[in-house]
Design a binder for this molecule. Structure first.
Ligand code: IPE
Ligand code: IPE
Ligand code: MG
Length: 239
């Protein structure tokens, strides 16, 4: 594979996608392959997040949305949901200062149902601290489910006593209000499904599935994936 700087040069020749969404999957299998407890895979996964956020900043991406915890992940045994949410909270505490210094806007999308007050407060504080920054937008999907997002939007509409809504207006009722739809969706770990992620927003996203487990996902593979995306012809139903 080419070096990081070669890849960045190549990528800069063509227009950048505005928004990339990632399903960060495979932490558990990464840990299992090393005979480690699953949480070690999640911890290693946070290092991959840091690498990818850093390179997004370097290439001037506008929006990155990462799937950290789904509304379905509560089904997991052995307190894994609590362990993952605590890891998200601790990682946020550790990284928020640097993210702010790097001019990143950080926003959390998802439901607050079942989320501890302490995490909810930290997510809110992080957004308040960074919302006026002018760098790239990092959206973190925590306790996120695409169907729930749509239902919450519909319930907001009903509260406003609207009796109809247009295709153009409905996105204003989603967590991703004001965020352009993802151009590219990446899923690691070889699974080829959407798992209730951004189901409204990815209607016309390009898909990329890689067998790499999330903790092994490198800056180089990410850059190569964007270069491959730049070669695709997007038709949006046209010719
Ligand atoms: C993704 O990794 C992280 C979360 C869903 C929290 P997994 O934990 O799903 O890893 P696998 O799929 O079991 O390998
Ligand atoms: C999707 O991965 C959710 C996150 C990455 C947070 P899962 O591992 O939960 O998805 P399924 O269960 O394999 O569909
Ligand atoms: Mg998984």
């Amino acid at each position: 594979m080419k070096s990081k700087s070669e890849l960045i040069l190549e990528l800069k020749k063509n227009p950048m996608p505005r928004h990339i969404a990632i399903i960060m999957d495979g932490n558990g299998r990464w840990a299992k392959s090393k005979k480690l407890p699953r949480i070690k895979g999640h911890i290693e996964g946070t290092k991959a997040v840091k690498r990818i956020v850093q390179v997004c900043d370097e290439i001037g991406l506008n929006y990155l949305t990462i799937y950290a915890f789904s509304t379905e992940n509560w089904k997991r045994p052995n307190n894994e949901p609590r362990a993952v949410l605590t890891l998200i909270e601790n990682t946020l505490m550790k990284e928020i200062r640097e993210l702010h210094e790097n001019n990143v806007v950080i926003k959390f999308i998802g439901s607050l149902e079942g989320i501890s007050d302490s995490l909810a407060q930290k997510m809110d504080n992080a957004f308040e601290l960074t919302k006026n920054n002018t760098g790239f937008h990092l959206l973190v999907a925590v306790n996120y489910g695409g169907r729930l997002e749509i239902i919450e939007g519909i319930n907001a509409l009903l509260r406003e006593k609207k009796d109809s809504i247009t295709l153009e207006d409905f996105p204003n009722y989603l967590y991703t209000k004001d965020v352009p739809d993802p151009d590219l969706l990446i899923r690691t770990s070889g699974e080829m499904r959407i798992s209730n992620y951004l189901i409204w927003q990815i209607a016309y996203s390009e898909m990329h599935f890689t067998k790499t487990l999330w903790p092994d996902f490198s800056q180089e593979e990410f850059l190569q994936t964007i270069i491959d995306f730049q070669r695709r012809a997007r038709r949006f139903g046209g010719i």
